[in-house]
Design a protein around this ligand. Structure first.
Ligand code: G6P
Length: 585
C-alpha cells in the first residue's frame, strides 16, 4: 500500500498473550528491517502506511493506534469531528498519545467495549459517532480470531482466500495472495476470521456483497528490467494507448456505446460538458476541452475537483458530468461525483484506469483506460491513455450529434497509428539526455506552450517539480510578457512546445522575447521550425496529426523530468511529501 503514503508505517500483531507493536518513521522498508530483526509470529494483525494529514510524520503519529493497550486500529481517511471527540474522551479519562485524528477511533472502540464487551458491536456503535471518511481495521487483545473493519467514503475490501482472509484498501495490495475480492459499501462493517467473513450494512443487518474476481499480473506490479516504475510506465505507453483504443473502432469510425449501454443515445442530448479532476488528470481534462469544442462543437467547463463543489456551480440543461481519474479513489474527485449526482446533470461519466474503483462503480457510464497498474507517483501512462479516452469520447459525442464524419474518419486512422508514433517519440531519449545537465543544476524552470499545448506544458512542469523538486511554472506563451518575463535570465531554462499549427508564428515571436532577454530555450517542435537558437537546443519531434499532437508532445516532457530527477538523485517513484492515491480531501 506504499503508494497511499510512505512517511511512516506500522504493524500490530496478535501474539500469545500480548500484541506486538512496531512503528517506524520513514519508508516501509524500515519497518520491514525491524520485522526481519524481531521475527514476530502471528496469524492475525493489522498494518498501515501513512500519508500525514493531522500531525507530522513521526513514530508517535504512525498507526496502529492503541487504547489502553487493548484495542489497536489502523485508519485511512479523516475524522472531521475528532476535536470534539477528543475533548469528550479526554473528559472521560482517555489519554492521547498522538496528534492524529485517528486515535479517537481506538478510544471510542475501547469505550463502547465497556458496555457491549464485543468488538463487532463496539464498531457498530463507535462509527455512529464518527463524521468524515474512514476505512478502519481493528483488533482486540482478548479476541484472537477476529478482525473487524468498517468503511465510509474511503475504499475498503475483503480479499477472500483459502483458510485465510484479508482486508485492504486496494486489490493491488493483495494481488499475490488472492484474486477474489468483496468490495464494501459506505456504512458497512465486516467481521473477518481465518475461515469466514460476514458483512453488515449501515443498519447492522447481515448482508451479502458480491465476490469479484480480478487477476492482476505479477509483472504489472514489479519494475522488471527498469530502474524505476516511472521509467517502465513511460515505456509502456505504446501498449497502454493501444489497450485504450483496442476494440473501440469499426472500419473508419468509433463504435456505438463504448461508454456503456445507451451511452450513444444519451450523447444525442448533450449541450455541455463539465470536467472535474485533480492533478495530472485535470490536465487531461483541459486538453479534452479543446477537442470537445473543435470536434464535437460542445462548450466545456473544467474544474479542480477540490474547488468545483464549493463554488455552488450552476448546472445548465443537458450537461454531461465527466470525472477523470487514474485511481478512481481520489477523495475530491469522488466527492465531486457524489455532489453532482444530487444535481440536475444529464448523466455522469468517468474515464478511469481501475475498473473496481469507487468512481467506476458509482458513475453511470465508464471508459476504462486499460493502462495497467500505475505505481510511480508521477503519472505518465495514465495521462496519455486518459487523453486517448477523451478523444474517443469527443468522437463518440460528435458521432451521436452527427458532426464532421470526415474528421472522425481521419482521427480514427490517426488514433490507430498513435502507438507507433509514441514508439518513435520514445527514441528521443538520448537527445533529451544531452540537455539534462543544463536543467538539473537549476532552481527554476519555465514551460511555455499555446492552445492545447498549454495544458501539456502544465503537465510537463508538474512532472519536473514533483520528482526533481525544481520549481517549474507553466505559462501560455502569449502571457509571458505580462509578468513572468521578469524572471528570465541565463539561470532559468525555458522549455517550449512548438508544434506546427496555426499558433506557431505567434509562439515563435514569444520565444524571440525570451531570447532577447538572454534566456536559454529548449524547444520541442516540428521539422519546419523558424526559430533560430543561439543557446539551448531544438529537438525535432516525429510527425503526427495536429489534433493528436498533445499526446505525442507529452512524452519528451516526461522523459526530461525523469532524467533530470535521476541526475539529481531524488527518490522519484516516491517523491517527498506526496502519495500516489490521495484518498483524503
Ligand atoms: C495524486 C497523484 C497524481 C494524480 C492525482 C490525481 O496527486 O500523485 O499523479 O494525478 O493524485 O489522481 P487520480 O488517481 O484521480 O488521477
Amino acid at each position: 500500500m506504499e503508494y497511499r503514503g510512505y512517511d511512516s508505517a506500522g504493524i500490530a500483531l496478535h501474539q500469545k498473550d500480548s500484541i506486538f507493536n512496531l512503528r517506524t518513521f520513514g519508508k516501509v522498508s524500515l519497518l520491514e528491517d525491524g520485522m526481519i530483526e524481531q521475527r514476530p509470529k502471528s496469524k492475525l494483525g493489522i498494518a498501515h502506511t501513512r500519508w500525514a494529514t493531522h500531525g507530522q510524520p513521526s513514530e508517535q503519529n504512525a498507526h496502529p493506534h492503541a487504547s489502553s493497550g487493548e484495542v489497536h486500529i489502523v485508519h485511512n481517511g479523516i475524522i472531521e469531528n475528532y476535536l470534539e471527540l477528543t475533548e469528550k474522551l479526554t473528559k472521560d479519562g482517555y489519554q492521547f498519545e498522538s496528534e492524529t485524528d485517528s486515535e479517537v477511533i481506538a478510544h471510542l472502540l475501547h469505550q463502547h467495549l465497556q458496555s457491549s464487551g464485543d468488538l463487532l458491536a463496539a464498531m457498530h456503535d463507535a462509527i455512529k459517532e464518527l463524521d468524515g471518511a474512514y476505512a478502519i481495521a481493528a483488533i482486540h487483545i482478548n479476541d484472537k480470531s477476529r478482525l473487524i473493519v468498517a468503511r465510509n467514503k474511503s475504499p475498503l475490501l475483503i480479499g477472500v482466500g483459502l483458510e485465510e482472509n484479508f482486508a485492504a484498501s486496494d486489490p493491488l495490495a493483495l494481488s499475490q495472495l488472492t484474486n477474489e475480492f468483496v468490495f464494501l459499501e459506505d456504512g458497512d462493517v465486516a467481521e473477518i476470521t481465518k475461515q469466514s467473513y460476514q458483512v453488515y450494512d449501515g443498519k447492522s443487518s447481515p448482508v451479502t456483497r458480491d465476490v469479484t474476481e480480478i487477476d492482476i499480473a505479477v509483472n504489472a506490479v514489479t519494475k522488471g528490467e527498469y530502474s524505476h516504475f516511472m521509467e517502465k510506465e513511460i515505456y509502456e505507453q505504446p501498449d497502454a494507448v493501444a489497450n485504450t483504443i483496442n476494440g473501440k473502432f469499426g472500419e473508419d469510425d468509433v463504435l456505438d456505446n463504448i461508454f456503456g449501454l445507451d451511452s450513444s443515445e444519451i450523447f444525442r442530448k448533450i449541450k455541455r460538458i463539465q470536467f472535474v479532476a485533480c492533478g495530472t488528470s485535470l490536465h487531461a481534462g483541459k486538453v479534452g476541452r479543446f477537442w470537445f469544442e473543435q470536434i464535437a462543437k460542445i462548450p466545456c467547463y473544467v474544474d479542480f475537483a477540490s474547488e468545483y463543489r464549493y463554488r455552488d456551480p450552476l448546472v445548465e440543461e443537458d450537461t454531461l458530468f465527466v470525472t477523470i481519474s487514474q485511481s478512481g479513489e481520489t477523495a475530491d474527485t469522488l466527492a465531486a461525483l457524489r455532489y453532482a449526482q444530487e444535481k440536475d446533470y444529464l448523466s455522469t461519466l468517468s474515464i478511469c484506469n481501475v475498473p473496481t474503483s469507487s468512481l467506476a462503480r458509482e458513475s453511470e457510464h465508464v471508459l476504462f483506460t486499460n493502462a495497467g497498474p500505475e505505481i510511480g507517483v508521477a503519472s505518465t501512462k495514465a495521462f496519455t491513455t486518459q487523453l486517448a479516452g477523451l478523444m474517443l469520447l469527443a468522437m463518440s459525442i460528435a458521432k451521436s450529434l452527427d458532426r464532421d464524419q470526415e474528421l472522425r474518419k481521419n482521427l480514427a486512422s490517426e488514433l490507430k497509428a498513435l502507438p507507433e508514433v509514441i514508439k518513435e517519440t520514445l527514441k528521443l531519449s538520448d537527445e533529451i539526455l544531452s540537455i539534462v545537465p543544463n536543467i538539473a543544476d537549476k532552481h527554476n524552470a519555465l514551460f511555455l506552450g499555446r492552445g492545447m499545448f498549454f495544458p501539456i506544458v502544465q503537465e510537463g512542469a508538474l512532472k519536473l517539480k514533483e520528482i526533481s523538486y525544481i520549481h517549474a511554472e507553466a505559462y501560455p506563451a502569449g502571457e509571458l510578457k505580462h509578468g513572468p518575463l521578469a524572471l528570465v535570465d541565463d539561470q532559468i531554462p525555458v522549455v517550449a512546445l512548438s508544434p506546427e499549427n496555426t499558433l506557431t508564428e505567434k509562439l515563435v515571436s514569444n520565444l524571440e522575447e525570451v531570447k532577447a532577454r538572454g534566456g536559454t530555450l529548449y524547444v520541442f517542435g516540428g521539422p519546419n521550425s523558424k526559430i533560430n537558437l543561439e543557446r539551448g537546443a531544438y529537438i525535432q519531434m516525429p510527425e503526427c496529426s495536429e489534433l493528436l499532437a498533445p499526446i505525442i508532445y507529452t512524452i519528451p516532457l516526461q522523459i526530461l523530468a525523469y532524467q533530470v530527477a535521476c541526475q539529481r538523485g531524488t527518490d522519484l517513484d516516491q517523491p517527498r511529501n506526496l502519495a500516489k492515491s490521495v484518498t483524503v480531501e
